[in-house]
Design a protein around this ligand. Structure first.
Ligand SMILES: NC(=O)c1ccc[n+]([C@@H]2O[C@H](COP(=O)([O-])OP(=O)(O)OC[C@H]3O[C@@H](n4cnc5c(N)ncnc54)[C@H](OP(=O)(O)O)[C@@H]3O)[C@@H](O)[C@H]2O)c1
Length: 243
């Protein structure tokens, strides 16, 4: 794994973001750990080597607060090398449910919050001409399935935004990596019965091993192969699947 000195991890209070922040801190990096649940961030800080984790309470849906939170993190870290946006929201959605307020929250957390944080990182890294941007997407963003229409759409939007960012920043010393995890055992999926799911620490290890590699990354070879097929599967087949 490449080592980083100063990183921001948004969505660091649980699951994949927490595991990424913990691994970064263990490697010697100072991490601004961002999420709403301050007590979770403080417990993460208490488990890491002293002084490595700075807990920063922030709700990514409050887009107007992002510039101040970003600046506070950069000031406290005295610089920035890596930004990871891992915040995500996937509430249970019924098969005949069309709930716009719920859908709005999904888009705000998964997409608009990412744009607000990563735009600032892109702008800063463009000036310093170095830095790594990581967005956590999902295999769910590869197609429009019945079960989670807006979660899927929010991740597809995030993938397209990150691709555009990657193209804009190409050749300017800034890398942009999109990760598309499959199922992971985290709070997000605690209500689901998952037969094969990755543990967040293994996923974090893979993410950090390629965090500086521009491009789209699946977390395992089987997903890369299966989704190469699924991306080209006609939609009428999805109509016959339960979710
Ligand atoms: N679990 C899976 O199977 C799976 C599969 C593919 C992709 N992913 C993606 O992986 C990423 C991490 O998910 P996870 O599984 O680790 O989920 P998780 O354990 O539920 O963690 C979600 C994180 O997002 C933060 N978050 C949610 N809403 C927020 C808000 N309004 N403001 C600030 N932070 C907020 C949470 O912090 P607070 O609640 O403390 O604010 C938490 O730290 C997400 O982007 C998810 O979409 C997950």
């Amino acid at each position: 794994m490449r080592t980083y000195e100063r990183a921001i991890v948004v969505g660091a209070s649980s699951g994949l973001g927490r595991a990424i922040a913990a691994r970064l801190a263990a490697s010697g990096c100072r991490v601004a750990a961002v999420a709403r649940r301050l007590e979770r961030l403080e417990s993460l800080a208490s488990e890491a080597p002293p002084g490595r984790i700075l807990a920063l309470r922030h709700d990514v849906r409050r887009l107007d607060d992002v510039p101040e939170a970003f600046d506070a993190a950069c000031r406290a870290l005295e610089g920035l090398d890596l930004v990871v946006y891992s915040a995500g929201f996937m509430p249970p959605v019924g098969p005949t449910e069309f709930d716009t307020p719920k859908d709005r929250q999904i888009v705000e957390v998964n997409f608009l919050g990412a744009v607000a944080w990563l735009n600032l990182a892109a702008d800063r890294f463009l000036q310093t001409r170095r830095g790594a941007i990581v967005g956590i997407g999902s295999v769910a963003g590869d197609r429009g399935r019945k079960g989670q229409p807006v979660y899927n759409a929010s991740k597809a939007a995030l993938h397209a935004y990150l691709e555009a960012l990657r193209n804009r920043l190409h050749g300017k010393g800034v890398t942009v990596a999109t990760f598309k995890p499959g199922p992971m055992r985290t709070e997000m999926t605690a209500h689901l019965r998952l037969s094969r799911a990755m543990d967040p620490d293994s996923a974090a290890r893979i993410v950090l091993s390629k965090a500086h590699v521009s491009g789209e990354h699946y977390l395992c070879l089987s997903h890369r192969l299966v989704f190469a097929v699924l991306r080209n599967t006609p939609s009428w087949i999805f109509r016959r699947l339960p979710v």
